[in-house]
Ligand binder design. Structure first.
Ligand code: TYD
Length: 199
């Protein structure tokens, strides 16, 4: 049975690298995989991403644009791919809005839950790449161009991390928590065993 899997974590957790490796592993097993990301994933969504990552705006606008991009993404990309029997792996999804706009920026959790009800699609599995914020910050330090979120202070990322942990506590059956402070190989081993348990 095909699956919709999302990858989450604070900036610098390494999720994008692991996502590429995970998708390769699935393809080697003959699985047809669609790789996508948020904000983005569609032409309009990528335009919204550009604005979201560069322009300052009110928290409510930020949250609503994240969800507007998500609705396009679900309707145009994710649902059609799932209906065609493909697996879909998304670099971030609704949990990121709770972690970043909710816990990070302080937007009311209930309002986000209302916005989430418009999306009406829940991942089968969410991999949360968790690590201490200082470790994630050190990894980001090598990046020359940081976006509007990555430029935030450590305290912001501490709140984002606790937002993710709250989502895990609220949805324990959907999440797998990965210790992202481990070596690349150790994380890959953990991912391989998660995949074994799914098939
Ligand atoms: P990210 O996956 O970090 O992109 P990249 O690896 O190319 O830097 O995502 C971009 C940023 O968007 C990230 O800092 C988190 C933020 N974001 C939110 O604040 N809310 C959301 O709902 C989503 C999907 C992302």
């Amino acid at each position: 049975m095909n699956k919709f899997i999302t990858f989450e974590g604070v900036d610098g957790a390494g999720k994008s690298t692991h996502l590429a490796w995970f998708a390769d592993m699935l393809r080697q097993r003959g699985v047809e995989v669609v790789l996508t990301r948020e904000p983005g994933g569609t032409k309009l969504g990528e335009q919204l991403r550009e604005m979201l990552l560069s322009q300052s705006m009110s928290i409510t606008t930020e949250a609503m644009l994240m969800f507007a991009a998500r609705i396009e993404h679900v309707e145009q990309v994710i649902k059609p791919a799932l209906l065609a029997g493909k697996w879909v792996i998304s670099d971030r999804f609704s949990d990121a809005s709770f972690a970043y706009q909710g816990s990070g920026r302080g937007m009311d959790w209930d309002k986000l839950t209302q916005l989430e009800s418009w999306v009406a699609l829940v991942p089968h599995l969410t991999l949360f790449f968790d690590l201490p914020v200082e470790v994630a910050r050190q990894r980001l330090a090598n990046n020359i161009s940081l976006d509007r979120f990555e430029k935030e202070q450590s305290e912001f990322f501490e709140r984002v991390r606790s937002g993710y942990q709250r989502r895990v506590a609220e949805n324990p059956q959907r999440f797998a928590v990965i210790d992202a402070a481990q070596t690349l190989e150790a994380v890959q081993q953990q991912l391989a065993s998660i995949l074994e348990s799914m098939q």
